[in-house]
Structures are given as C-alpha cells and as structure tokens.
Design a protein around this ligand. Structure first.
Ligand SMILES: [Zn+2]
Length: 235
C-alpha cells in the first residue's frame, strides 16, 4: 500500500511542481539504483570530448535518471484532437523520431495503451504556468509544447511513461524543432543546454539546431547512470 501511495504522490507532484522532490525517499522494497546496459547505438558512439556535454544540467527523477531499458522505445502519436494540416504535423514528428532513432531505438506503434511515449497533437494546458521539467517557460512567451512523466508498476518493474503535447499551430519546420527538443526530454534529457547549437537549448532559435554531438554525449552519459526505473521491486 505504501508503494501505491508513493507513486500517486510522485505523479501528482511531477505534474504540479517537480522541483525539490528529490528528498522523498522511496519505500524500502524499491530496487537500489543500478545502471542498465547501453543501447547499442549509444554504446558504439564515440564521445566527442572536445565538445563536452551538459549532463550537469540534467535532473534526476525521484526514482533516478529517466532512462529507458527496453528497446525499441515505443511511441504513439495521438491525433484525437486533429484538425487541418495534420499530415504536416505527423511528418514533422516522425522526422524527429527518425533522427533520434540514429542514437537510440524508437518505433512508432498503433497501441496507445502500451506505448512508452505518447505524443499528442494538442496545445499544452494553459493553466499550468511553469514547465514541470525546469520550472521555466519554454520557447519564449508562447507555450508550444510540454513533456511530463508518470511512474507505474508493470510485472513488478518500476516503469515510466512520457506524455508530450505539441501544439498543432506551427509551421512544419517549427514543429520538427519542437518535436526534436521534446523527444530529447522524453528520452531522459531532463534539463536544458545553454548552447544554442544543441537541440535541447532552452529557447527557440531561428535556425533550429539538429541533434548535436553534445546532445548525444549528454544522452549517453545519462544512460550510464544508475536508476531504479526498469528494475523489479522485491516480492
Ligand atoms: Zn525543454
């Protein structure tokens, strides 16, 4: 019972605040943080030491780094709020998925219920003032996207799911840049770069950066970290 309460508690906090929740200690039967094997594309990635990374900006969740451990990571595109120009949006998001797939296996699926990452073509809610990931607003004044996570138990494994909202009302290239950035969060880059050449730069820039070597260096470092996610709780 304690376990269920903990998960509900964390989920609620994640949606509303997310900062300063690292102090909530998981129950004793939760697994100790351990690292998972690197997905193969990251394992063979030659870290570009000369460009560095922004790992220091990446935050842990209450259960550890937000790494996926079963591949491919499944992605469902939720078009239930669809309106005109839907195809442009879909193409842009699928392009972003394909770009990240060079570094970590992602696969689009038709089943929302089992998907790891759900990307909805919808405006982020306006009643939440701050982005749950950082406490900051993104892309200047207009809120165009949001990513949040929830925890769950599946076959006694601690798992997470990511929920991304991307507004329908942008030109295709902007949607692509937004999707590239938010999927980066969905893959576990829970923080921002201060370099405008990185996809995870905190603000929108005119020439939307591609996934940079610094983005990939950071992603790899995250996947080397210990986490409670993906491991079984004691029975
Ligand atoms: Zn962001």
């Amino acid at each position: 019972m304690l376990r269920v309460i903990f998960i509900t508690f964390v989920t609620t906090l994640v949606i509303i605040v997310t900062s300063n929740i690292g102090s909530s200690e998981p129950p004793a039967d939760f697994p100790d943080p351990k690292s998972h094997p690197l997905p193969s594309a990251l394992a063979v990635w030659e870290v570009k030491e000369e460009v560095g990374d922004y790992f220091s900006e990446v935050k842990e969740s209450p259960l550890g780094y937000l790494v996926w451990s079963e591949f491919p990571i499944t992605v469902f595109l939720d078009l239930s709020a669809s309106k005109p120009r839907e195809q442009e949006w879909v193409e842009a998001v699928e392009t972003a998925i394909a770009e990240w797939n060079d570094y970590i296996p992602l696969k689009e699926v038709d089943d929302r219920a089992t998907a790891d990452i759900i990307i909805a073509r919808s405006r982020p809610p306006v009643n939440i003032q701050r982005n749950p990931e950082t406490g900051q607003r993104e892309f200047g004044r207009a809120r165009t996207a949001r990513t949040r996570y929830e925890f769950d138990l599946e076959d006694s494994r601690l798992i997470h799911r990511m929920f991304i909202d991307i507004t329908p009302n942008q030109p295709k290239q902007r949607t692509l840049a937004t999707a590239r950035h938010e999927i980066g969060h969905g893959l576990g880059i829970w923080g921002h770069s201060e370099d405008k050449n990185d996809a995870l730069y905190y603000s929108h820039v005119r020439d939307s950066p591609k996934i940079s070597p610094r983005d990939v260096n950071t992603l790899r470092k995250i996947y080397e970290q210990p986490t409670r996610l993906g491991w079984k709780i004691e029975q």
